[in-house]
Structures are given as structure tokens and as C-alpha cells.
Design a binder for this molecule. Structure first.
Ligand code: GAL
Length: 405
């Protein structure tokens, strides 16, 4: 009898654990897609501009294309009230966050918010250390669906980081609402080894991305190529429910003067923005846009709203591409897809347009394939190789489907 009781208990505990894990996994089955305030507005946010972005996200077809979150980044906080409850800045958010969440939800969009694992955030606002459970409950009460948790003003060592992230993750899990948890410690403590276990669904892998192609000796900061070179090597750590996060998409920011423009972020060409989108999708990255969604031009919409390209990012297999060719000019990435196809990206890092020939055997793909160009939506031939013109800083993106004969 006793034995039977213990086995039943064991069964109950293990099925509880499996359910708890499933619940966590369900939160970001594919990489989260959305828009975040920081790179465009910095601290200069308000309920008005967030509502405008929610309207634009719904009206431009972004919601239909799969973008599902609006994230309020740093600068929303107005301190704590006399019960220590976090409150928003009353000037920026006069109607409160709950009312904003209701508005955003009414557009079919989820709402994210930001805090930090210390007493102050990066921009010096009230943060959550010591108030994890209380803040998780507050966020739940407001209807928050995603938390970006930063690591400014916190100790360097990874043991403390793991503890602090774990504590907030547990508080969120206990809070009774599904809240996606985004670990943001910039890759400094190799979170790809521990963030999933600590309860995160995604983790930043690099310093903040600036709105430029690559670092220069004059302005030491990370551009698209610098972030890509770090994140591309981390492919073994991404899987369904757990993603490497190489920071926001710069697409459509052009010369805008927000934080992405700091330290030499002087903007990119549309070809470079298209490359960023291609590479981020190949890396199964969260697609977090940052330009003004109400003012997107046709080129920006074409890049951000291409369903065939988004499908590569959101593919159900959840594999991040491996870099199979990496020389000074040419990079080739391969990403296996759920239906047996492969996505292949060819990046020309050089300063000149050039012709490239790729033998598929060289990247481990034997057999003959039909080749579809995902940017032109045209067939690009069939066979065992592809040859064509690639512009400087362009990324070609193809779907390869095996031919049966
Ligand atoms: C940084 C973070 C940025 C942004 C900023 C806000 O640490 O990487 O994405 O959130 O803080 O102060």
C-alpha cells in the first residue's frame, strides 16, 4: 500500500514537472517577433507613441505577418508607491500600464515591459532586485506578456547573474500569467550555457547593436556584422523554445537619431538592412523591429513583411543555421527546415559586386535541388549548384527543395 502511494506520488510529481516545463516551453515555441521602444525613442516614450505603434503594427499587416509583441523598454518607471508597488511615470503614462495593455491587446498584440536585476536600470530608473515576486505580480495584474530583464548595476560574476535571473523567472512562473522571459546581460557571462535552465526563453548574446554595417577603428561599437559574427557561432544552443538574441533589427532606421545612432550608428543601405533580416532569420533570431512603424517606406515594408523570409525564421524545426563557408568575402549559411527543405544564405561581405558559384556538395547538400530566391520570389534554377551576381553587402536567400529524379 505504502509502495503504491509512493509510486503514485512520484508519478504526480513527475507529471507536474513535465507540465511546468511544457508551460515554460510553450511561451516562445518560435522566436518572438515584435517592436521595441528603445532604439527609436530611447527614454522618450509615452502611452501615445506606443498606441501609435500598436495601430501601425495592426494597420500595416505586421500583425498578420506574425509580429505579435510591443515591448516597452527602459524609461517607463515612476518609482514605487507607499506599498512598494512599481508605478509608471505619470506624465508618460497618465492612463497607467493596465489601460495601455488593454488597448494593445485589443489590436491582437501582446505587451512587453522592462526591468533590471539590480536596484536601478541602465538608464537609472527603479528596478526589481529584492522585489521580484511583487513586481511579477504587478506585471501580471497589468496584463504584461513579456519581460526584458537587464543586468546594469549588478555584480560581474555569473553565479549572481544565474541566481538573479532564476529568481525573477520563478516569480514570473508563480505569478499565474504566461510571461516570456528575456535575459539581457549582453552575452558577457555566456548565457547560452545557463539562461534556459534559469527560466529564460531568449538571451541577448552581444552588446547593443548600433545602426551601422560594422565597427570601425574610429567608433568602437557593434554593427550588424560584429553582432552576426558572435551570434552565428552559437547555433548549437538554439532550439524550440530557447533562442539566441542578437538584438533588434535596424531595418528602416536610416539616419534616425535614437540610441541605435550612438557611437557611430549612422545608418545602413536597404541592401544592408535586407542582409540583416536575411541573416537574423537564418539564425532563428527574435525579430524585434525598432523603426517607426507608422512611417515605414516601401523598401522597409518589403524587407520586414516578406512571408517567405519570415517563414525561415519561424520554421517549426527551430534550428539555427550553421556557417558552412567563412572566408573574408563570402559567407554561406545552411538551415535545415521542418519539411526537409534547406534555407541557404550567401553573403558578400566584400566592397564590390561579384559573381559567386556555390556547389551544394561543398555545404553538405548532396543531390539535386530546385532553388527559389526568397527575395525575388522567383525560381533560381535547379541542380547541384547556384551561380549568380551578389552585390556588395547583399545576402541572397534561397529555399532548396530536393528533386526526386
Ligand atoms: C541596455 C540594453 C538595451 C536597452 C538599454 C536601456 O543594457 O542592452 O537594449 O534596454 O539598456 O537602458
Amino acid at each position: 500500500m505504502k509502495k503504491r502511494f509512493f509510486s503514485l506520488m512520484l508519478l504526480a510529481i513527475s507529471s507536474y514537472c513535465a507540465n511546468a516545463q511544457d508551460a515554460v516551453k510553450k511561451l516562445a515555441v518560435t522566436p518572438p517577433m515584435g517592436w521595441m521602444t528603445w532604439n527609436y525613442y530611447g527614454e522618450d516614450i509615452s502611452e501615445q507613441n506606443i498606441k501609435e505603434m500598436a495601430d501601425a503594427m495592426a494597420n500595416t499587416g505586421m500583425v498578420k505577418a506574425g509580429y505579435q509583441y510591443i515591448m516597452i523598454d527602459d524609461g517607463w518607471q515612476g518609482g514605487r508607491d507607499n506599498r512598494n508597488m512599481m508605478i509608471p511615470d505619470a506624465k508618460k503614462f497618465p492612463s497607467g500600464i493596465k489601460s495601455l495593455a488593454d488597448y494593445v491587446h485589443s489590436k491582437g498584440i501582446k505587451l512587453g515591459i522592462y526591468s533590471d536585476a539590480a536596484t536601478l536600470t541602465c538608464a537609472g530608473y527603479t528596478a526589481s532586485l529584492g522585489f521580484e515576486e511583487q513586481d511579477a505580480k504587478t506585471f501580471t495584474g497589468w496584463g504584461i506578456d513579456y519581460l526584458k530583464y537587464d543586468y546594469c548595476n549588478a555584480p560581474e560574476d555569473s553565479t549572481t547573474a544565474k541566481e538573479r535571473y532564476g529568481k525573477m523567472a520563478r516569480a514570473l512562473q508563480k505569478s499565474g500569467r504566461d510571461i516570456t522571459f528575456s535575459v539581457c546581460e549582453w552575452g558577457d557571462r555566456q548565457p547560452w550555457h545557463w539562461a534556459a535552465k534559469a527560466g529564460g526563453q531568449l538571451w541577448r548574446t552581444t552588446a547593443d547593436i548600433r545602426n551601422k554595417w560594422k565597427n570601425t577603428s574610429k567608433e568602437n561599437s557593434a554593427g550588424i556584422m560584429d553582432v552576426y559574427d558572435i551570434n552565428v557561432e552559437l547555433y548549437p544552443y538554439a532550439s524550440v523554445g530557447h533562442w539566441n538574441d542578437p538584438d533588434m533589427l535596424n531595418v528602416g532606421l536610416y539616419k534616425h537619431a535614437g540610441p541605435a545612432a550612438w557611437s557611430g550608428g549612422n545608418g545602413c543601405t536597404d541592401i544592408e538592412y535586407q542582409s540583416q533580416m536575411s541573416l537574423w532569420c537564418m539564425m532563428a533570431s527574435p525579430l524585434i523591429t525598432s523603426c517607426n512603424l507608422a512611417q515605414m517606406n516601401e523598401a522597409t515594408k518589403r524587407i520586414l513583411l516578406n512571408p517567405d523570409v519570415i517563414a525561415i525564421d519561424q520554421d517549426a524545426l527551430g534550428k539555427q543555421s550553421a556557417r558552412k563557408i567563412n572566408d573574408t568575402i563570402w559567407n554561406v549559411l545552411v538551415k535545415p527546415l521542418a519539411n526537409g527543405d534547406y534555407a541557404v544564405a550567401i553573403l558578400n561581405r566584400g566592397d564590390n559586386e561579384a559573381i559567386y558559384k556555390l556547389d551544394f556538395e561543398k555545404i553538405g547538400l548532396n543531390g539535386k535541388y530546385t532553388i527559389t530566391d526568397l527575395w525575388s520570389h522567383k525560381s533560381s534554377g535547379k541542380g547541384k549548384s547556384w551561380k549568380g551576381q551578389v552585390k556588395s553587402h547583399e545576402t541572397k536567400l534561397f529555399r532548396l527543395h530536393i528533386q526526386n529524379n
